[in-house]
Ligand binder design. Structure first.
Ligand code: CUA
Length: 356
């Protein structure tokens, strides 16, 4: 095996690697699909870095192994034979200083361009679709100032619109991260950070908190739903109509709807309820809550104003500080009507009352 042949072999391996990077463009095993216009520049940068990094790795490791083999100790050589000593080669040292320097300068310029294109902390213009995102232990709240809609646990966005998210937090530092959008930004108490993105794909994408923020961090999940313009308008209309399971819903339908509300509001991040596949342990359990609430309002030492289990549960959602369960702190944010309509609250409480 000569040096020339090894070089050709490594070039073939490198070419196969290039094909792998460029002809498997979505790399689903490696990167989730890109669902925002901003993802493109970031993915291009990543591919460039993989090509350069992969090339360096293949050639350096390849030649290293080749030379290890080429200059191995032969059987006829003496036990403590010494190899030929080599001292410095100015051309080689210049080359391996200038080449990485060149690459780093190119990468810096390209990264700077992509970074500018992300529109971080850019003020929203009049045409942009603005959402105010509030993080708290351990839930996400999304207010749409244009329509007055507030969502918890789900962020609904129009496809192809320029969306500006204003992020803040009410307690500790959290981070907004949707892998499909590629963008990650901290939600910091006392500050408003902005990110701009254009969703380019319909569908549902997971949103997770990417900053360790306490016991419920791993459950601080939400989802982003991207809808076509018409579907988005229909969603807005439905939201503004006040929600609820509808006037003709049967008791079973009301309970099923209430369970959906429970899941969509992200209650399971802090509470346990097997019916909703929720295993949160930050707040008191909701297992058997219908029975528990009845016992509470009938207890001899009960001093609250709510007289029925239903009132007790509703008050616990609207004003969580009214009834603190022994062993827990007053940590839950109040769910006002702007976050949870009366009709939705009603259905959710009917569902909880069924938990015996
Ligand atoms: Cu919020 Cu981690």
């Amino acid at each position: 095996m000569t040096f020339g042949r090894i070089t050709i072999a490594l070039t073939v391996i490198f070419a196969a690697f290039l094909a792998f990077i460029f002809y498997l463009p979505d790399m689903p095993w490696f990167l989730p699909k890109a669902a925002a216009a901003q993802a493109e520049g970031i993915d291009d940068l990543l591919r460039l870095m993989m090509v350069v990094g992969g090339g360096l790795y293949i050639f350096i490791q390849g030649f290293l192994l080749y030379f290890v083999w080429l200059y191995r100790k032969r059987p006829e050589e003496d036990e403590d034979a010494v190899g030929r000593a080599l001292h410095g080669d100015n051309r080689l040292e210049l080359a391996w200083t200038i080449a990485p320097l060149f690459f780093i300068v190119v990468l810096t310029v390209l990264s700077w361009e992509v970074f500018q294109g992300l529109g971080l902390d850019q003020q929203a213009s009049a045409e942009d679709y603005v959402v105010e995102v509030t993080a708290q232990q351990f839930a996400w709240t999304f207010e749409h100032p244009g329509s007055g809609i507030t969502e918890v646990g789900t962020l609904t966005l129009p496809k192809d619109a320029t969306v500006v998210l204003s992020l803040t937090s009410v307690d500790v530092i959290h981070a907004f991260w949707v892998p499909e959008f590629r963008i990650k930004q901290d939600a910091t108490p006392g500050f408003t950070r902005r990110i701009t993105l254009v969703p380019t794909m319909e569908g549902e994408f997971p949103l997770r908190c990417a900053e360790f923020c306490g016991a419920g961090h791993s459950a601080m999940l939400a989802k982003v739903t991207v809808l076509e313009a018409a579907a988005f308008a229909a969603w807005e209309e439905e939201k503004l109509s006040g929600g609820g399971p509808g006037p003709d819903a049967s008791p079973e339908e009301i309970v099923a709807y209430g369970l959906e509300v429970y899941k969509a509001q992200g209650c399971g991040a802090c509470h346990q309820l097997s019916a909703a596949e929720a295993a949160g342990a930050v707040g008191p359990t909701h297992e058997g809550l219908g029975t528990i609430a009845e016992q509470r309002v009938q207890a001899a030492d009960y001093t609250g104003e709510a007289t029925t289990a239903e009132e007790y549960l509703k008050e616990s959602v609207r004003n969580p500080g009214a009834h603190i369960v022994a062993g827990f702190q007053n940590a839950m944010p109040p769910y006002e009507e702007s976050k949870l309509s009366d009709a939705d609250l009603d259905a959710m409480v009917q569902m909880l009352l069924q938990q015996k």
